[in-house]
Structure formats: structure tokens, C-alpha cells
Design a protein around this ligand. Structure first.
Ligand code: SF4
Ligand code: SF4
Ligand code: SF4
Length: 575
């Protein structure tokens, strides 16, 4: 049955869903959003809010298609919100009915037929006058909210099933237990309602939503606007068709028997409903017949209604145009075998309420150890820092998911780095006006950060490189630049920051390194000079030695030659 799915791989951890969830059923764990189904009331707000489509609705569309393919008798229970959601169909309801028949459904009926009998059940409660306040709703998310989070409201809840369940019971009675009932609406919570233990899927066999229905019709090549209008089979529920719009229950009761001793009130939007519950718990509201809904405007604005934002307003106009503001007097009596009573039961998970010491400790750990630091800005999704601390104690939240705190932390870390670094760091805007100016820059240029802020960079240094960074939108890295006025040589990086259209200058003062390098160069030159002289001298000595060696060799050669010749010719003299 329809519920919510969470695609972790698609999630970018922006925490929008964490902030928006009215019951904090999406936790933060290890810096990731974590959906906890047991705590979710299926209001669908996260589904609409997630910019990454990481939260999806899981529905029974395949099941509904299978019923048709298998040849089951399949009856549609069409939520009254369709009057507004499909209101742009020229001939309205009749054309959509025909389109649904073309998809293969056996009968198209309206959930508002069930609403007629639900209205009658409310009227009996009004007549009995035994309840202090009577809270009525056809909203499954609100029913879940009461049972999980506001069990103290159970005595005020009208013990009546929703029109969907009432209609499911009626259709099973009319067509027999084997008929398949498919409910179509705009809600994320109806699937769970159909399946809950008290219904066990007995009355509703599948739940699909308007968004999917539109897709299905498109795939099947059926355009409701081109269909011939088809007559309604069941009886017209008239004003009960307003159940899809906020105030619709009140209008239906008023059109029939009225409110007796009760005042009337309708409250829509889950945050407002939570406030209402607090007021009732405080005894501030009494003898009131109250209609509540999770979605602002009612089911016509349900999370799965589909369409554009502006369609939400049009939906109300379309509904009002089509509704006949009379209570049907010709409806069949409800069979006695059909029991519309619903008993609410507490199903809230027992979440430990932390002690005051634990709350204070969580506040301290979250950097909120004084009242001044508790900004109660609501940016984290909790109304107050204390509420956030309670969630921390309940392990629903992680530390540091506090925007002002994170900003402050990041800011102070950056400030520490900027203040202790020996590098000169400053940023300039496109007009080359100084925006940031760190301590090292203050010292080198002998100007305070306050004075430097907004000053033209050219008043301090040659801004040529910065200007070309803006012109070319390209950083200049590792360029050696000498600033004689300040007796400084720098290795500078000028980084273009596209997102902020500014340039960040990081000037590393390499004056001392340069001095040492030059000294080394000088020493090297001197050493080379000395070495050259030694070489030259050695060459001279070598040449002299070679000369002497040459002379001696020649003399030796002459002497030895003479000796040989004298020995050789010695015999000839004897001849
Ligand atoms: S809103 Fe979507 S992307 Fe952002 S944390 Fe929630 S699931 Fe993830
Ligand atoms: S459906 Fe509603 S209650 Fe459930 S997680 Fe989303 S925002 Fe929270
Ligand atoms: S100051 Fe932080 S913890 Fe307090 S409400 Fe704002 S974001 Fe939440």
C-alpha cells in the first residue's frame, strides 16, 4: 500500500526535509538524513519539499493494473478532491469518468457517497451532545498524528471512519466481497489507513494517486478532455463533494442538520493543527465542532494532486463551481451490517522524555550554554533551541545542525587562521575595493582592516594583476612580485572566486628567503671564481711540468741516440 520511500543515493543531505517534517520523523545521523517510517505520519510535506526527488511515494498502481488485466471486477472510489484537481476538464466529472472506464475499470463511484453517511454519523454525535469538543477529519495523516503524538486528543476525536473506509464498506456490500476497490486521491497517507489493523485491507484493495493517474492516462493515450461525458451511476452526493476542500465537512453538516450547541471551527495545515491541539489540551477551546486537515486548503492541495502551484487555487474555484450546495435527501439508508465506528488508540512509540539536566547538557554541547546564545531562530526546523536539545537527547538530531552555530564556528575558525597566518591575505571586489584584510596585511601595509575596508587597492599596491584576474576570470598563481615601497618580495596567488565575483590575494612574503638565496648565489659566484683561478693556476703548472718533461725527454732521446750510434758504429772502426 502507498507509503514513502527514501532514495539514499539521491539524497544530497541538504536537510530541507529534516527542517520541514512536522513530527521530526527524519533524523540526522552521521551527517545524513535518515527517514524513520515508524515515526512518520505520512503528511507528504517532505515529498513536496525534497529538491532532489530523493523522497518518493510508493503506490499500488501495478496492483490496480493487475486487477484489470486479471479480469477482476474493479471499482473506483474517486476522492472528492478530483472535482478541483481535474476541474479543468471542460465537462468536468463526466469526462474523467469516461476516461477511467476506458482504462478498464468496471465501475466509477465517488468517495463522497461514503461522506454522506459519515456526515450523518457526525450529526448523531452533535445530537447526543456528550462530547466536549468534536474533532472531525477525513485526513489519515491527522488521525495518525493524534494516535502517535497527541493521544490526549483521543477523547475529542469523532469515533467515525473516514469517507474512504465508509465507501469501501459500502462498495463491498453492494458488489460482493470479491470486488476490488481502488481508491484514487491526492494523499500519501491513505494506503496506510487502508491497511491499518482495524481495516486490514478488507475494504480498500489498492490506493493510487492523481499524479500517477495522469501518467497512466497519458501512457494509455487517453485525454479526459477529449472524452464524451459519462453519466454518474451512484447517487449524487451533492454538498458532500466538498469534503476535498477545507471547511467541506462543516458545509455538509450545516446543509443538513446544523451544529446544535456547538461552535464551528476549521483548521488546516499540520502546524496549525498542532497548535490547536495544544489549545484544546490547555482547556482554551470547548464545545466546538472542529474540522481539521493536514494540508492547507484540504485534499485538493494534497501532496500527490499533481499540477502546478497555481492549480491549487484554481482547484478550489473549480470545486465551488461544480458543487450543488444541498444535502442529498434520497441517499440509501446505510445497511445495519456496516459499522462506521472507529476507535482511536494510542500508538505513539514511547520516546523517553529527557531530564532537565540532560536537556541543559545537550544545550551546552550545542553551544547554547546561555540564554543569549539560544537564538530560537527556527532555522534547524525546531521552534526553539530547547526543542532541538530535546531531539538531541532522543537521538533524533546530531550536534551542529544549528545554522547560526555552524556559521559562527566556521567564522571563528576562519578568523583564527586569518589572524595567525604570516601570509598577507585580502579580498577585493570587481571595483578593486578591499573587502577583507588580515592581520599580516595590516602590519605590512601599516593600515588597519577597518580603514582598508572599501579602500581602492591601488592606494596600497599596484592593482594590475588583480584587474587582469577580473578581466580574464582566471587566477594567477605563483608569481614573484617585488614591492620596493614596502621592501618586500612576495610569491603571490590571486584566486578568482566565481561564485562571489571577487579575487582573493594570498601574498607570501619571501623577502628573507630571497635575501638568503641571493647570498647563496653570491657565495656560489665567489666559489666559482676561486675555483677558476685554481684551475688556471693548475693548468699553468701542468703546462710548465709538461714543458720540462718535454725538454728532458728530448735531451734523453738525443743522449740515448748518441749512445746507440756510438755502440753501433764502434765495430766499423775495427774494419
Ligand atoms: S530534502 Fe531530499 S536531498 Fe535534502 S536531505 Fe531530505 S532527502 Fe536529502
Ligand atoms: S511524510 Fe510528513 S511526517 Fe513523514 S517524514 Fe515526510 S514530512 Fe515527516
Ligand atoms: S539557534 Fe540553532 S538550535 Fe536554536 S532554533 Fe536556531 S538553528 Fe535551531
Amino acid at each position: 500500500m502507498a507509503a514513502i520511500g527514501f532514495k539514499t543515493a539521491k539524497c544530497k543531505d541538504c536537510y530541507k526535509c529534516v527542517r520541514i517534517c512536522p513530527v521530526k520523523a527524519i533524523h540526522t545521523k552521521d551527517e545524513h538524513a535518515l527517514y524513520v517510517a515508524d515515526e512518520c505520519v505520512l503528511c507528504g510535506r517532505c515529498l513536496e519539499a525534497c529538491p532532489q526527488d530523493a523522497i518518493i511515494s510508493i503506490s499500488d498502481i501495478q496492483k490496480a493494473k493487475a486487477f484489470i488485466q486479471e479480469g477482476c471486477k474493479t471499482v473506483i472510489s474517486l476522492d472528492p478532491a478530483y472535482l478541483g484537481v481535474f476541474g479543468d476538464t471542460e465537462n468536468g466529472t463526466g469526462q474523467l469518468r469516461e476516461a477511467l472506464y476506458q482504462l478498464g475499470f468496471s465501475h466509477i463511484r465517488e468517495t463522497a457517497e461514503g461522506a454522506v453517511h459519515v456526515t450523518k454519523a457526525y450529526e448523531r454525535l452533535i445530537k447526543a451532545g456528550e462530547m466536549n469538543n468534536i474533532i472531525t477529519t477525513s485526513c489519515a495523516a491527522i488521525n495518525d498524528l493524534v494516535e502517535r503524538y497527541y493521544p490526549e486528543m483521543i477523547p475529542y476525536m469523532a469515533p467515525v471512519v473516514s469517507p474512504m473506509i465508509a465507501h469501501g464498506m459500502m462498495l463491498k456490500e453492494e458488489f460482493g466481497p470479491d470486488v476490488k476497490v481502488v481508491y484514487i486521491g491526492s494523499c500519501t497517507a491513505k494506503g496506510r489507513e487502508a491497511l491499518r489493523d482495524r481495516c486490514r485491507g478488507e475494504f480498500i484493495d489498492a490506493v493510487i494517486d492523481f499524479q500517477e493517474l495522469r501518467k497512466w492516462l497519458k501512457e494509455a493515450g487517453i485525454d479526459p478532455a477529449q472524452c464524451e461525458p459519462r453519466q454518474r451511476r451512484g447517487k449524487n452526493p451533492l454538498i458532500n463533494g466538498l469534503y476535498g476542500v477545507s471547511g467541506g465537512i462543516l458545509s455538509s453538516v450545516e446543509a443538513d442538520k446544523g451544529f446544535g450547541k456547538y461552535e464551528q471551527l476549521y483548521v488546516d495545515g499540520i502546524d496549525s493543527v498542532k497548535e490547536l491541539f495544544t489549545c484544546i489540551a490547555n482547556g482554551e477551546i470547548n464545545n466546538c465542532f472542529i474540522e481539521v486537515a493536514s494540508c492547507v486548503g484540504g485534499c485538493i492541495n494534497g501532496p500527490l494532486a499533481g499540477g502546478q502551484e497555481s492549480d491549487r487555487f484554481k482547484a478550489r474555484i473549480y470545486t465551488n463551481q461544480k458543487i450543488i450546495r444541498e444535502f442529498p435527501q434520497d441517499m440509501d439508508k446505510m445497511k445495519e451490517s456496516i459499522i462506521l465506528r472507529k476507535d482511536f488508540r494510542q500508538s505513539a512509540q514511547a520516546v523517553a522524555i529527557p531530564t532537565e539536566e540532560e536537556i541543559q547538557e545537550a544545550l551546552r554541547k550545542d553551544g547554547k550554554d546561555s540564554i543569549e546564545k539560544q537564538l530560537n531562530c527556527g532555522a534547524c526546523g525546531f521552534k526553539t533551541c530547547r526543542d532541538k536539545a530535546i531531539a538531541l537527547c532522543q537521538h533524533k538530531e546530531q550536534l551542529n545542525l544549528c545554522i547560526p552555530y555552524m556559521y559562527q564556528q566556521a567564522r571563528s575558525t576562519a578568523e583564527v587562521i586569518l589572524s595567525v597566518t604570516p601570509n598577507l591575505i585580502f579580498t577585493v571586489d570587481e571595483q578593486l575595493r578591499i573587502q577583507e584584510f588580515n592581520n599580516a596585511a595590516e602590519v605590512m601595509f601599516n593600515i588597519s582592516a577597518d580603514k582598508a575596508h572599501g579602500m581602492f587597492l591601488g592606494n596600497i599596491i599596484d592593482p594590475g594583476d588583480f584587474a587582469s584576474v577580473f578581466r580574464d576570470k582566471r587566477s594567477i598563481m605563483n608569481k614573484k612580485v617585488s614591492y620596493e615601497k614596502y621592501g618586500m618580495i612576495t610569491m603571490q596567488n590571486i584566486i578568482y572566486i566565481r561564485e562571489q565575483n571577487c579575487a582573493l590575494g594570498i601574498l607570501r612574503n619571501i623577502t628573507s628567503e630571497e635575501k638568503i638565496r641571493r647570498q647563496h648565489d653570491r657565495m656560489r659566484m665567489e666559489a666559482m671564481d676561486i675555483a677558476q683561478k685554481v684551475i688556471d693556476k693548475q693548468m699553468m703548472v701542468a703546462q710548465e711540468i709538461a714543458g720540462l718533461l718535454g725538454e728532458t725527454t728530448a735531451e734523453t732521446k738525443v743522449t740515448l741516440t748518441k749512445m746507440r750510434d756510438s755502440i753501433f758504429y764502434e765495430g766499423d772502426d775495427n774494419l
